[in-house]
Ligand binder design. Structure first.
Ligand code: GLN
Length: 449
């Protein structure tokens, strides 16, 4: 057996207690290796871990849900085709919050993932399995999906690098939809360079996703060699309260490091960002309630109902059984904000505020080349700490959701640890399609640590 595969399988066994993987592609990996050996590409011989909401033909695609526990993907997602063309091997499927709803990976039907840095703490979510697998050394490369922070926040909690591309930069074909106007697939890796490599492979137009863009893809690896960023905008007004003091210390340190590099740090204002949690939890739940309607026990999902007397009863018995509590909460909220009488008050208004948040960012990018923010206002929380308090969990998404609302790219890079050794991350945001620029500054920060 090739050494890389043996090492990966050993690492899976050694780290089993962390529960990072739902499916290890043990049976398929040798075959993958044989098939890919002749392909010389950017990911030649590299093992890539895939979040379990991205379809890989022949492997289960559970989305962390009891509903899809036995669902086998009938085709490869676009990103999977690209990885194979570039010589990468699909290592397996990583644990996640059910249907990518959550910030801690505790809402998985397969049990929580633990943070490898300190297993009493959550790894973040919803791509917690992917981030924890990279942090635990299973592989240096993983894919996650980010609807409101699910790549960047777990990267920050686990001390790895996570990048959410511009909306439309990567095809969503084969990604199980949560909120289609916000979802993007992106890399979780050990280093910034690896993030650039994986993004290079998966980015670009795909006719099967009408929202994927035909704007030419940058050469991200050469972008790493450039030094384009002169000015960095920081919305200091958002950092006055609600920030853990240790997160603040690491953030201020990062700002000081960048100043020492000769970067200009500007105070920018994002006046509508305070509405972003409200806007996000209206739009994301509305879209989710529609996307998840297909899980009815007929078209998709396990059929549980045996004695229903009507079709509605049949659906509701299946959905009652299949979905977990958080998913049900979101479907109910989403259905409510879309219902007649409330549509204008909630959904239509949230769309208008979405525009204002977008405009705030556009204005800020006229003043500064990139923006800098903490990835998450708090340190990785303890398992169970927020699981019964959804609002507290939602509030921790304050710095990530606005980025999806505006469609811009963001990268979270490690920024040191707390006194108790818990990782802290900072995120660099760029304007649309400026992944090269944020990768480059991310690498600068990485080299200064
Ligand atoms: N934590 C956010 C949520 O629960 C983001 C999820 C995501 O990006 N998939 O919705």
């Amino acid at each position: 057996m090739p050494e890389t595969i043996r090492r990966f399988l050993d690492a899976c066994r050694e780290n089993k207690a962390l529960n990072t993987m739902i499916t290890v592609n043990e049976a398929g990996l040798r075959q993958e290796y044989a098939a890919q050996k002749s392909r010389k590409g950017l990911l030649s011989g590299k093992l890539i871990i895939i979040k379990d909401n991205i379809n890989v033909k022949g492997l289960p695609c559970s989305c962390g849900s009891r509903f899809l526990k036995d669902y086998i993907a009938p085709y490869d997602a676009h990103v999977i085709e690209r990885i194979r063309e570039a010589g990468g091997l699909i290592a397996g499927k990583a644990n996640m919050d059910e249907f990518a709803m959550g910030s801690s990976t505790e809402y998985s039907a397969f049990g929580p993932t633990l943070n490898p840095v300190n297993p009493e703490h959550v790894p973040g979510g919803s791509s917690g399995g992917s981030a924890a697998a990279v942090a635990a050394g299973l592989s240096d490369y993983a894919l996650g999906s980010d609807t409101g922070g699910s790549i960047r926040q777990p990267a920050s909690f686990c001390g790895v690098v996570g990048l959410k591309p511009t909306y439309g930069r990567v095809s969503r074909y084969g990604l199980t939809a949560f909120a289609s106007s916000l979802d993007q697939i992106g890399p979780l890796t050990r280093t910034v360079r690896q993030s650039a490599e994986l993004l290079q492979v998966i980015a670009g137009k795909d006719a099967r996703d009408a929202t994927s863009s035909d704007i030419p893809v940058d050469d991200y690896l050469s972008a790493l060699e450039r030094d384009e960023v002169q000015s960095i905008g920081v919305p200091f007004h958002l950092l006055q309260e609600g920030l853990d003091p240790e997160v603040k210390v690491r953030f201020d340190e990062t700002v000081a490091l960048l100043k020492k590099q000769g970067k200009q740090v500007l105070d920018v204002s994002l006046p509508h960002l305070k509405y972003s949690i409200a806007v996000y939890y209206i739009l994301a739940t509305a879209e989710a309630s529609s996307n998840l309607a297909r899980f009815d026990g007929i078209r998709y999902g396990a059929r549980q109902s045996r004695e229903a007397e009507s079709i509605n009863e049949f659906y509701s018995q299946n959905r009652e059984y299949g979905f977990g509590a958080e998913v049900k909460r979101r479907i109910m909220l989403g259905t409510y904000v879309l219902s007649s009488g409330y549509y204008d008050a909630y959904y239509a208004r949230a769309q208008k505020v979405r525009r204002l948040i977008h405009d705030d960012f556009q204005k800020a990018f006229r003043e500064a080349d990139v923006l800098l923010l903490p990835t998450c206002p708090v340190l990785p929380f303890k398992l169970g700490e927020h699981v019964d308090d959804p609002l507290a969990m939602y509030l921790s998404d304050i710095f990530t959701v606005s980025v999806n609302i505006a469609g811009i790219p963001g990268i979270s890079v490690p920024a040191g640890s707390s006194d108790t050794g818990l990782p802290v991350g900072v995120q660099i945001l760029g304007n649309l399609y400026q992944e090269g620029r944020i990768l480059q500054l991310g690498q600068t920060l990485e080299s200064l640590r």
